[in-house]
Ligand binder design. Sequence first.
Ligand code: SF4
Length: 453
Amino acid sequence: MKNIAPKLPVEEYEKNFAELHPPLTSNSAITEANRCLYCYDSPCMKACPTHIDISTFIKKISTGNLLGSAKTIYESNWVPLTCAKACPVEVLCEGACVYNLTGEKPIEIGRLQRFAIENYFSKGMPVIFHKSPVNGKSVGVIGSGPAGLACGAELSLLGYKVTIYESNKIPGGLNTWGIAPYKMRREDSLKEVEMVKSFCVEIKTGTMIGRDIKVAELLNQHDAIFLGVGLGESPPLSIPGEKLPGVIGALEFIEKVKSENWEDVHVGKRVAVIGAGNTSIDAATEAKRLGAEQVFIIYRRSDVEMPAYKFEYDLAKKDGIVFHFLTSPKRIVGKYFVEGIECLKMKLGAADNYGRRRSSPIPGSEFIIPVDMVIKAIGQETKSSFLSSIPNLTLDNEGCVVVNPKNFQTTNPRIFAGGDCINGGKEVVNAAYDGKNAAHGIDKFLSLPYGGK
Ligand code: SF4
């Protein structure tokens, strides 16, 4: 990179990456819990993809039964600390709270959930779950992200021997590596990993399936397999200059920031982020908080069509991110390193099959934004080459694994799947739901006389 943003004093990084939402104190948690109306039809619970019994866990907080509250949460969700900190609660549980109808502040469900779970961890994870007797069957789980952890925890409590295979040296998947540090630190994810390990789930890190162990060997070793492999790399922009030093994928960049050795992460003085989803916003705000002077988000449609949530958009604007809407990159400029990005102005036309208006370039509207770094945040591809190597697995047109939505079984009866590899990229809470319910699908299948090896 030609122009690297100057390093900041350590305390400046700490300030920039400090938590957006601090924890509730005991008093404020009880006061907030007492505001809950314990609605009989709990719209908040219906809006949560894992259907946590929200009014019950809040009631238990209000009566001081904090371990009971944690147990209620865990009965539906095995990664509740991550969900409490990283879920888009504004559009899920809190967005459905009845207080919104009266114009009052919804119950702070996310922060209350965090309060109950952090209390549980601070007490040293006391035993609050009953483990079924060992049933002699084993399941291999590929991937230790939220889907894999949820599936592993649930199966272990059902009596299965579970081994999770993780290619990274540090487990937790996107919970550990993909969430902006001002939302959640790596240690939070690792606490949830420890919790799952405490159920005697083995996690083999640094083990890549397909390279270190073949899928066929796994099928020999285990009665069933769960795929929670998430997604792969960002797709190419397919424009000239993409290979120049200074061009990086958003997840690769976020992973570096998550290492928390902030002074070692190089960021350009001027940064362009391509795409306007939630990951783009994370990458843009992280670049700014690392010391970039100017950060631009370049998006081919308008703010109406942008996929990022409104609260993420608001956060980016607060951080001073500049949005170039109706703008598309044409080429990355530079001979030896990134010096700028040439863009075209776009105009909107008719809606596509998904209801979003198509954009098309305005001829002759090219202009150059001088930048030192380009972050690609236009989504992620599925791990289609790995998935295609698995026998009898069916992938859809987008490269996602096809499953039976009732039990998460793939077209290979001994293989189940969940999370981003079946949905193309949703929230952590969706993956947690898939993993838990796939565990029950596996349990049912392996209880059949012909199930398993
Ligand atoms: Fe409580 Fe709001 Fe849920 Fe009603 S909708 S139970 S008030 S959190």
